[in-house]
Design a protein around this ligand. Sequence first.
Ligand SMILES: Cc1cc2nc3c(=O)[nH]c(=O)nc-3n(C[C@H](O)[C@H](O)[C@H](O)COP(=O)(O)OP(=O)(O)OC[C@H]3O[C@@H](n4cnc5c(N)ncnc54)[C@H](O)[C@@H]3O)c2cc1C
Ligand code: FES
Length: 388
Amino acid sequence: MKKNALFCAAIINKSSNRLKMADTNLYTLKVKNVEAETDKAVVLTFDVPAELKDKFHYKHGQYLTLNFKFKGKNERRAYSLCSSPSMDSDMKIGVKRVFKGLVSNHINDNISPGTEIDVMPAQGHFNTKLSADQSKDYFLFCSGSGVTPMLSILKSVLEEEPKSQVCMYYGNKSVDSIMFKTELEQLEKRYSGQLKVIHTLTQPKVRKEGGIFGLFAKKVTDWKGMKGRIDARTIKEIVTENRRGTTPVECFMCGPQGMMRTAEDTLKGMGIDEKNIHVEWFLPEEDLNKTSSIEGSGAKATVKMNGKKIELNLLPNESILDGLLRIDEDPPYSCMSGACSTCVCKLISGKAEMERCLALSDDEVKNGYLLSCSAIPTTEEIEVDYDV
Ligand SMILES: Cc1cc2nc3c(=O)[nH]c(=O)nc-3n(C[C@H](O)[C@H](O)[C@H](O)COP(=O)(O)OP(=O)(O)OC[C@H]3O[C@@H](n4cnc5c(N)ncnc54)[C@H](O)[C@@H]3O)c2cc1C
Ligand code: FES
């Protein structure tokens, strides 16, 4: 059932800088159920056998890494859990199609109950510690598939912290593209007074009404909610209207880059402490086609991984992770774009620069942690350790 050699990766808790060891092996899980969530998204439920229950224990807001093999090439992608360990008996992920996306379309088109998928146990630190004594105001900002970890977070908060309140501001194109619409409505009813979901649509459906022979017809919509993108003004209004005086505020955000930056800046501008603003990147959009500005001329690398010492010559502008994969080693990774933290390692000697680093805090970078998928050595020799 286990797919690769045993080793662990360090997971860094962003707020406390605590290191934890995570299992980065792949295990074969059967898909128990596939539900169409919208016409562009499905929810997969996994069947976790009794002997793997402990390994697949997870926290709200964490993600799974799925591995697929296409024409002999491994393709790994991260998918946030939309289920909550406090409320749901099964582990679920929500996957939205990306235009021309390899894995998201494969999942939407070809996965059915009984399909076996290689899955890495949950990772990530997009959460806070919950406690029944705490009373906090949680604000969740998301759009599109960014709702997935939010659903997990809000269900856990509602169940674990009865004195806390959750307000989610959720953007979509149209009503048809709202993932988890029914589940959110049911939760709002069940946790009335504790959960508020505010939708905003950029393109609510319109129809023409009135007029004579098609002339002078008015465009009308049945949508009564907010319209437009999530922006600084509405974020400010929503937080101001829904926070309870001096109750501590905890904010989470996941969505397109522009929305994330706006939300982060606005919340900081409102005096909310950075440590209470949690950000999950699915993909750094603007960086996708960026060519590297780092001048790496190759390096002699020494890598400690799974207790063994590996020596390799990295090619010019080759990341540590790419070098290890090139020589058929088995380093931990998921997104390959600096957005998760599965590939983290610690710099022991030498220097490296990261092309993209969304998943580590400035302190963690200062303390020598590197996302090996993005780290390119800038010294002739470098030594890193994955086993920290
Ligand atoms: C921590 C983490 C959690 C994630 N959780 C979820 C989740 O819960 N649900 C979910 O649906 N996705 C989630 N993602 C995104 C997911 O991992 C994949 O990136 C996404 O499904 C696209 O993969 P693909 O193979 O279909 O596209 P690819 O074949 O990798 O990409 C094809 C093209 O699509 C574009 N593209 C790729 N990804 C995106 C994107 N996310 N948005 C816009 N354009 C894109 C790129 O331009 C690329 O050229 C998460 C990512 C991370 C890092
Ligand atoms: S594999 Fe996700 S940050 Fe490197």
